[in-house]
Design a protein around this ligand. Structure first.
Ligand SMILES: C[S@@+](CC[C@H](N)C(=O)[O-])C[C@H]1O[C@@H](n2cnc3c(N)ncnc32)[C@H](O)[C@@H]1O
Length: 541
């Protein structure tokens, strides 16, 4: 299948150990009729036939895959009903209720998941009480539509993206699942296993349709090979239960219980606030052609660009070498030939020399095809980069293992590889930057952010706003001393020393935490960092 069609259909098939596991688990309840609502080449139904299912129902949009599915069934397989159509057009009245639903729903993001199919999908989700937003990807209403085909007491075993527990629409989906099944479990894996997914993938095990439960249980496993000898019936009793009403706390399932309790206790402490209570986090600008719109000051002067067109910029987290971002940092980066100025021509009140420069700039852009680039052709004029915001604090967006914020001493702009925080009280900038360096905030970042295939943690502005921190309340003199110490440590490449300084000032002296408690937070954070980095290494040992 062509990659573009594969992507449009979300046609990434499931690995054999997962198919085998879900079918064995589901048929263990004694049912005999099995449905895969997006069956692809029919691997789940083939396995079900092998394990004694007596009625099979498959649906898929892909005619060729359905032909393969039909041809793959063993000769003695029971009767199968194949539906070649959009699953949302199939109603439960058209098929007798089934005992078991298994499969892997298509993951199509909301941008591509549109039109009548989406309208039908959202309407079906509403029938089981879930009000899904238009930002929902296809897998969510797929699960909710599928559960309506089950007989009372039936079970559903599906591959699901971790978004089920990480996004607002995912949490709404999970809530509706918990309202429709007596028991809901999510098996999680330390090692990524699903090649088609950039994100972490779970296995959803929902039992006893018609019942209800207050929360989903999380069952952490290491890798899919562990499924072979895994007894579901014995697991999950002491699993972490995910309170669907609170959402967004998935990461807590993977830290030691002591750290979990400590963190939950701390976030109720009066000194612990969310970043959004201090100001607003905003995305940076999108130039549309970074090489063209950025230059070094020296290069700009040589090209005769007016000085006032060149605006200082922090380009990305590599620009932020200290807890402050200064003119000196900017000059150092440019000395290494990394442009740190945005070219923003002004066309108001032009001196003659500037209009010559503007024409030359426009000609150069046209020669390089810049006006035709997507971001440039959709703005007017194409050569003026919009969305410029000045921030008091510069924040990371894509996080490796050593995130930190910096006070914006250079009054620099920032592109969308960073975020910026505009504070209600800009005088607090250094306190915020130190606050964000404590183990509590670092752990909070791991909990609110989302990690993708490469192990990078991503925090969108809305997520960054929810990061918890404690503002140091010490006097100005002590603050300056501690801040300078931490800044020097960071510039010397010692991130851990920055965290130690922040922890000592904030968690120990101010909140009165013991060394053991601080260590507990730090270890929990390390465990989460290690977990996402390990998952990025997939199944390698
Ligand atoms: C992730 S694959 C799963 C295939 C198979 N169940 C498996 O796990 O190997 C998703 C399947 O959904 C199908 N699909 C996508 N949109 C669909 C829709 N609206 N209705 C029915 N099937 C759909 C795709 O053609 C693809 O075969």
């Amino acid at each position: 299948m062509a990659p573009s069609r594969r992507k449009a259909l979300g046609a990434y098939y499931t690995a054999a150990p997962v198919v085998e596991f879900l079918v064995r688990w589901g048929l263990g309840f004694g049912g005999a009729s099995v449905m895969d609502p997006s069956c692809g080449d029919g691997r789940f139904l083939v396995a079900a036939a092998r394990h004694g299912a007596r009625r099979l129902v498959g649906c898929d949009l892909d005619a060729e895959a359905l032909r393969t599915a039909g041809a793959s069934l063993p000769p003695d397989a029971p009767g199968a009903a194949w539906h070649h159509r959009d699953f949302f057009l199939l109603s439960p009245e058209q098929t007798a209720p089934v005992d078991l639903i298994v499969g892997n729903p298509p993951f199509i993001r909301y941008q591509q998941f549109c039109g009548e199919s989406r309208a039908r999908a959202l309407a079906s989700a509403l029938r089981v009480g879930a009000r899904l937003s238009r930002l929902s990807a296809s897998w969510a209403p797929f699960l909710l539509h599928a559960m309506q085909f089950l007989r009372p007491g039936g079970a559903m075993g599906m591959v699901v993206p971790a978004e089920l527990a990480q996004t607002a629409y995912g949490t709404e989906t999970l809530r509706a699942l918990c309202a429709g099944f007596a028991r809901v479990r999510l098996l999680t894996f330390r090692r990524n296993w699903f090649d088609g997914a950039q994100q972490e993938t779970f296995l959803l095990l929902a039992e006893d349709r018609g019942g209800a439960t207050a929360s989903a249980e999380l069952v952490p496993l290491d890798r899919i090979e562990d499924l072979a000898g895994f007894a579901v019936s014995a697991a999950g009793q002491d699993g972490f239960s995910l309170d669907t009403a609170r959402g967004g706390r998935l990461g807590l399932a993977f830290v030691a219980p002591a750290a979990r309790d400590l963190y939950l206790r701390l976030i109720d402490h009066a000194d612990v606030v969310e970043l959004c209570s201090l100001g607003e986090v905003a995305n940076g600008y999108v130039s549309g052609a970074n090489d063209f719109f950025h230059c070094t000051a020296a290069d700009g002067a040589q090209r005769g660009l007016p000085e006032e067109w060149l605006l200082p910029v922090a380009r990305n987290s590599r620009s932020l070498v200290g807890l402050t971002f200064t003119q000196g940092d900017l000059a150092c980066a440019e000395a290494r030939a990394v442009p740190h100025h945005l070219i923003l021509p002004r066309d108001d009140d032009l001196f003659a020399a500037d209009s010559v420069a503007l024409e030359a700039f426009q000609r150069a852009g046209k020669r390089a095809g810049i006006p035709a680039r997507y971001k440039c052709r959709t703005r007017n004029p194409w050569w003026r980069v919009p969305g410029l915001v000045r921030a008091d604090v510069l924040l990371p967006y894509m996080i490796g293992s050593e995130p930190h914020a910096s006070v914006n001493c250079a009054n620099a702009l920032y592109p969308n590889s960073l975020h910026g925080l505009r504070l209600a009280n800009p005088m607090l900038a250094a306190r915020v930057v130190l606050g964000l360096a404590s183990s509590l905030s670092l752990l909070s970042m791991e909990l609110v952010g989302r990690s993708y295939g490469g192990g990078i943690l991503k925090l969108e502005p809305t997520e960054m706003q929810r990061v918890r921190l404690v503002l140091p309340t010490c006097g100005e003199q002590q603050l300056r001393m501690v801040f300078e110490l931490a800044d020097a440590a960071l510039r010397g490449g010692d991130f851990n020393a920055v965290v130690e300084v922040a922890d000592s000032l904030i968690l120990k002296d101010q909140l009165g935490l013991s060394a053991e408690d601080i260590d507990c937070l730090s270890q929990a954070r390390s465990a989460l960092v290690e977990r996402r980095l390990t998952r990025s290494r997939r199944n390698r040992p």
